[in-house]
Design a protein. Structure first.
Length: 139
């Protein structure tokens, strides 16, 4: 059996210039339907996995800071070459990072269990009934 603490995963941008390596299993995997995530990804929701620090970044990133609905400040990192949004952190929270699940290129990646900003979910998007849903940010 694999020790989750020794599992390493690497996510990369579309051109491979920017990479992030994380250790262990995700702390959580979720989808976000907020309008900012819809605009940022160009999709109808973002799928993100949260990982405990430490993590290792290679390559160059462009940063974009955004203030969330509850006042938290998030720093999104994009590849300056291909424009892929690969990961983000929250100011003042040093012990975790959120990574775009698509960056892992792993069809066996754990499924999301949480849906946030569900009130902004497009009507045609169907989620598993067992998924935990929050109308806005989770408490």
């Amino acid at each position: 059996m694999t020790n989750p603490a020794t599992t390493k995963r690497t996510a990369a941008c579309g051109c491979g210039q920017l990479r992030i390596e994380v250790d262990g299993e995700p702390l959580g995997v979720g989808v976000c339907h907020c309008f900012a995530c819809q605009q940022r990804t160009g999709s109808v929701f973002a799928t993100l996995a949260s990982f405990a620090a430490p993590y290792r970044v290679t390559g160059n990133a462009t940063e974009y800071r955004r203030i969330g609905d509850q006042g938290a400040s998030f720093v999104f990192r994009f590849c300056p070459v291909c424009g892929s949004n690969l990961f983000h952190t929250e100011d003042g929270v040093r012990d975790r990072v959120s990574v775009a699940v698509g960056g892992f290129r792993d069809s066996m990646f754990p499924a999301p269990t949480v849906s946030v900003h569900d009130r902004r979910r497009h009507d045609w998007v169907r989620l598993p009934k067992a998924m935990i849903r929050f109308d806005g940010d989770p408490p």
